[in-house]
Design a protein around this ligand. Structure first.
Ligand SMILES: Cc1cc2nc3c(=O)[nH]c(=O)nc-3n(C[C@H](O)[C@H](O)[C@H](O)COP(=O)(O)OP(=O)(O)OC[C@H]3O[C@@H](n4cnc5c(N)ncnc54)[C@H](O)[C@@H]3O)c2cc1C
Length: 391
């Protein structure tokens, strides 16, 4: 494995860095103070599309031969979250909805749903909705019901925290044909904006990463045409046990290293801000140095884990353990870095004006999203002793 970025990759990161410094950081602070997500008609999104940043962030060109798409993705994710994780999650594109469509969708669905994101001239979003009021970590407990009725499916239920669902063209919604079947009963549907029975997705109140919307919505006798069953009937018949669930989990194994990289970027931001504060305030004594050194050491170790998990993905090797390891470690490191940064600030941190205080509120989400720290540790522990994963 090689660690250096080639010229094209370095230029790519430089482009993200400049855009991040100029636009992400100020917008993230603005939305944090406003306490609401960036509105979909905000000029920032058009500017982002014109800059080519979304395309570049999704499919970075170049990279040394050893650098594949997954490694470039963690590199981009780290850099963008350094400037503002909330803003980076608000970027137009299929978002978390893209993974299940790619891994489970038919050719026709991939073209129909993802084609519109290829050369966006106006901002568009898609979303992913698994979490429910009674089912978060234990996704097997989802209660949203799917009942077949002729050529349609009828959906009923409620979803929470779906990223960008308030502005999404379509949402991948997981529902069950029979809650007693657990994961085997799951089906994934494409719910399109404006379908009768879909309530207006409403942004949740959040303590951090406020620049993007995490929205909740309900489905009341929402009728979805059969062609919007992701993968079609054949997909579920072929894999009688848990195909829908596996589709969601594949998405997470691919995205966990990128979430971990977000956390590394945020830890790095805490370190830089803490260093700057300590220098300006003349507080670079041994006690502070010890904290700063610990932040740097732990942040670098977490970064190596992200790279390893992504590199395995690029090699087409299983990366479940490494993906969980990077996610659990990086979120912990980011929370610790923010906490150490707050300690260093002392009373200044409590005034609510310093970037570290914002990061302190932002980083907690990295421990929760796409599998909490506890869940990652359970996955790794079960693997360590050879227990089946889903028992
Ligand atoms: C900012 C944000 C964005 C999100 N985006 C999305 C999205 O786009 N789409 C989507 O579908 N969902 C999304 N979610 C939801 C997220 O996936 C869930 O919050 C997460 O899965 C945890 O579920 P929960 O909040 O219900 O907590 P719970 O599952 O109720 O967990 C509560 C606590 O108990 C612990 N716990 C749970 N089970 C166990 C166990 N077996 N052993 C030990 N400890 C356990 C957890 O680690 C946690 O600390 C988002 C959440 C947030 C905060």
């Amino acid at each position: 494995m090689r660690f250096e970025l080639d010229q094209a990759a370095r230029e790519h990161v430089e482009m993200l860095r400049e855009f991040g410094r100029e636009r992400f950081r100020p917008l993230g602070i603005e939305r944090d103070r406003a306490g609401s997500p960036t509105p979909p008609d905000h000029p920032f999104f058009v500017e982002v599309l014109r800059s080519g940043l979304t395309r570049a962030a999704a499919q970075p060109e170049g990279g040394a031969p050893a650098l594949g798409a997954a490694v470039m993705r963690v590199v981009s994710s780290q850099e963008l979250a350094y400037w503002d994780r909330g803003v980076s999650s608000s970027l137009p594109g299929p978002g978390l909805g893209g993974g299940p469509v790619m891994s489970m969708g038919t050719q026709e669905q991939k073209e129909r749903l993802l084609g519109r994101f290829r050369n966006m001239t106006e901002p568009r979003w898609a979303a992913f909705a698994m979490t429910e009021p009674g089912a978060g970590s234990d996704v097997a407990r989802i209660q949203s019901r799917a009942v077949k009725d002729g050529d349609e499916w009828v959906l009923n239920g409620a979803k929470l925290y779906s990223a960008n669902a308030d502005r999404a063209d379509w949402i991948v919604v997981f529902a069950t044909v029979d809650p007693d079947l657990g994961r085997a009963g799951h089906r994934a549907f494409i719910v399109e904006r404006g379908m009768p029975g879909l309530s207006d997705p409403r942004p949740e109140k959040k303590m951090g990463i406020k620049a993007y919307a995490s929205a909740s919505f309900t489905m009341n006798d929402l009728r979805v045409p059969a062609e919007n069953l992701l993968g079609g009937e054949a997909h579920y018949e072929q894999r009688a046990r848990g195909a829908g669930f596996k589709g969601a989990m594949q998405t997470f194994n691919a995205t966990r290293p990128a979430i971990a990289a977000n956390a590394v970027g945020m830890a790095r931001a805490c370190l830089d801000e803490a260093m700057a504060f300590a220098r300006d305030a003349g507080r670079l004594g041994e006690r502070q140095l010890d904290r700063l050194e610990r932040m740097r050491r732990r942040t670098r170790a977490a970064w190596l884990m992200c790279l390893k998990a992504a590199w395995l993905a690029d090699c087409g090797e299983p990366n479940m353990v490494e993906a969980s390891m990077s996610k659990a470690t990086a979120a912990e490191v980011a929370m610790e870095a923010a906490s150490l940064g707050m300690e260093l600030l002392g009373a200044v941190g409590m005034q609510g004006e310093h970037l570290i205080e914002k990061l302190y509120r932002d980083v907690k989400a990295m421990d929760i999203v796409e599998g909490t720290g506890q869940i990652q540790r359970i996955v790794m522990a079960r693997h360590l002793v050879g227990y089946p994963r889903d028992a």
